[in-house]
Design a protein around this ligand. Structure first.
Ligand code: SF4
Length: 446
C-alpha cells in the first residue's frame, strides 16, 4: 500500500518500484500510437502476457482500470452513467465502471488517456461476462476480436484433449490475429525467452505468499496480497523488471520474517497478530482501506486468500515452461482459480486453512461476480466441517459503492472474530452440531 506513512525507506523499495513500473506502463500506453505500438485489450485471468510480449504489443486490462476507478472513488459515477445508458443494476460493476469511464473520455488511473485497442483479445476462463463485455467494446471500436475458449474444469481436471483444443486455437486463431494486427511473424524463441523470465519471477512470488505461514505473518495475503500479485498478473510477467521487483520484495519479506515483524498496513506496522484468517472472494475496492482497517484494528491478518490465485496457482506448482510454449499457456489459462470447479476450490481452501494454521475462513461475497460468488456458502460450510474452524460471511461489491455498508460489515467482522475467540476459550460449538446457528453474514446497504 503506497501511503506516505508506510514508506519506511529500504523496506518499501519494492513498493516504490512497483509504482514506477505501473506509471511507466501507462505512460507508454499514452504515447503508444505516436510510438507505433499496437495495443491489445484483454482480461487478467488466463492472460497471454508472454505472447503479447513476443509480439511487442502493450496490454490494457479493463478490470484493472475498473478497480483503480473504484479505489479512486470514481467508479460510482461511471456506474451511474452506464446505468443511464441502460445497463442493468445486476450487470457486473466492473463492466459498468469501464463503460462509464469510456464515455467520460477513457482517462486511465494515472490521468493519461488510454489508447484505443488494435485488438480485443478475449481469453475466456470461466466468466460469461467477459463475452458480453467485449461485445460491448466491439461496438465502440473498429478492431478485430480474437477469442480463446478455455474449457472449464467441470470434472476437476484439464485433460490432454482439452489442452490440445486450446493449443489448436492458439495456432489457428490467436497467433494469426496477432500476426495480422502487428505485421510481425510469430517467433517461438522470443516467446520461450519471456516464459523463462516468467518462471523466475513466479518462484519468488510463491516464496512471498508462503511467508504467511510464519507467526506472525509478515504479510497480509489479501489486502497486501493484491499489491504483490499486481505485476505478475498484468503487463510485467515475463519481463526483467518483474524479476527485479519480486527479488526485492522477497528480500524485504525475508527481513521481516527474521525480525518477527507483522505486515505493514496503511497506518504503519500492524500490532499484535491475534487472528489468522483465510479469505475467499475478491476485495471491495471502493472502501479498500476502510475494509482492511476493520481487520488490522482487531489484530486479524489474512494469511492466505483465493483472490491472489485468480491469475494463476503458482503456489500449487504451476510454472510457465519455456520447453512447452503453447501447452504451458493452455495449462496456465485453465488453472486460474475461477476456472476450477467447486470441489477443487474447497480442497484448495482447506489446504490453506491447515497449512497456514488459520483460525477461520471468511468469505467476502461480492454482488457483481458470479464466477466467485456461486457456491461460496457451500464452500464455507464444507471447510468448517472438514477443518473445524468457524466460517464468516460478509457481502460487499467490487466497485459499486452502493453495496458497501461499513457499519454492517464492521459489526459482522467483529462478531466473527468474537466467535473465534469463544472457540479458543472452549465455548464454541463445533460446526457439525451447529446447524441451527445462523451464518455470520453482513448484508449490503440495500
Ligand atoms: S463477473 Fe467476475 S470474473 Fe466476470 S468480469 Fe465481472 S468480476 Fe470479472
Amino acid at each position: 500500500m503506497s501511503t506516505e506513512k508506510d514508506k519506511g525507506g529500504e523496506k518499501d523499495r519494492s513498493m516504490a518500484q512497483q509504482k514506477e513500473m505501473i506509471a511507466g506502463h501507462f505512460r507508454a500506453l499514452s504515447t503508444a500510437k505516436e510510438d507505433g505500438k499496437k495495443v491489445v485489450y484483454t482480461f487478467v485471468p488466463g492472460n497471454l502476457t508472454e505472447l503479447m510480449h513476443a509480439f511487442d504489443v502493450l496490454p490494457v486490462y479493463p478490470e484493472i482500470n475498473a478497480l483503480q476507478s473504484g479505489m479512486r472513488k470514481r467508479s460510482g459515477g461511471y456506474i451511474t452513467e452506464a446505468e443511464k445508458l441502460g445497463h442493468s443494476e445486476d450487470v457486473c460493476a466492473y463492466v459498468k465502471s469501464d463503460i462509464g469511464m469510456l464515455r467520460a473520455g477513457n482517462i486511465g488511473p494515472t490521468g493519461e488517456k488510454l489508447p484505443e485497442p488494435d485488438l480485443l483479445l478475449l481469453s475466456y476462463t470461466g466468466c460469461f461476462t467477459f463475452l458480453k463485455w467485449f461485445e460491448l467494446l466491439k461496438r465502440e471500436y473498429s478492431c478485430p476480436i480474437a477469442m480463446l475458449h478455455v474449457p472449464y474444469q467441470g470434472d476437476g481436471a484439464f485433460t490432454p484433449a482439452m489442452r490440445d483444443y486450446v493449443v489448436q486455437q492458439l495456432k489457428t486463431e490467436i497467433i494469426p490475429k496477432f500476426e495480422q494486427v502487428t505485421g510481425k511473424k510469430y517467433d517461438e524463441d522470443k516467446l520461450r525467452e519471456h516464459l523463462k523470465l516468467s518462471a523466475r519471477a513466479e518462484d519468488d512470488l510463491v516464496e512471498v505468499l508462503a511467508s504467511g505461514k510464519n507467526r506472525p505473518s509478515p504479510i497480509d495475503a489479501y489486502f497486501g496480497g493484491v499489491y504483490y500479485i499486481g505485476p505478475m498478473f498484468t503487463a510485467f510477467r515475463g519481463t526483467e523488471s518483474a524479476i527485479d521487483y519480486y527479488r526485492m520484495l522477497k528480500e524485504e519479506i525475508a527481513e521481516r520474517v527474521a525480525l518477527k515483524l507483522g505486515p505493514i498496513t496503511p497506518e504503519g506496522p500492524m500490532g499484535k497478530e491475534k487472528y489468522r484468517l483465510v479469505v475467499e472472494g475478491p476485495p471491495n475496492w471502493t472502501h479498500f482501506q476502510e475494509f482492511w482497517k476493520m481487520f488490522y484494528d482487531e489484530g486479524a491478518v489474512v494469511v492466505a486468500s483465493s483472490y491472489t490465485k485468480v491469475g494463476g496457482l503458482y503456489d500449487q506448482g504451476f510454472r510457465h515452461d519455456p520447453n512447452r510454449p503453447l501447452e504451458t499457456l493452455a495449462d496456465y489459462c485453465a488453472g486460474c482459480y475461477t476456472n476450477l470447479n467447486l470441489p477443487q476450490r474447497i480442497d484448495l481452501l482447506e489446504k490453506y486453512v491447515r497449512e497456514y494454521e488459520a483460525d477461520g475462513i471468511l468469505v467476502n461475497s461480492v454482488k457483481s461476480c458470479n464466477s466467485f460468488s456461486s457456491g461460496q456458502l457451500l464452500i464455507m460450510r464444507e471447510i468448517e466441517k472438514r477443518t473445524g474452524v468457524p466460517g464468516g460471511f460478509v457481502e460487499t461489491d467490487l466497485v459499486d459503492p452502493r453495496y458497501f455498508s461499513a457499519a454492517n460489515v464492521k459489526n459482522r467482522i467483529e462478531s466473527y472474530l468474537q466467535m473465534i475467540e469463544q472457540r479458543r476459550q472452549g465455548a464454541y460449538v463445533s460446526p457439525p452440531a451447529q446447524k441451527h446457528l445462523p451464518v455470520v453474514s453482513a448484508g449490503n446497504a440495500q
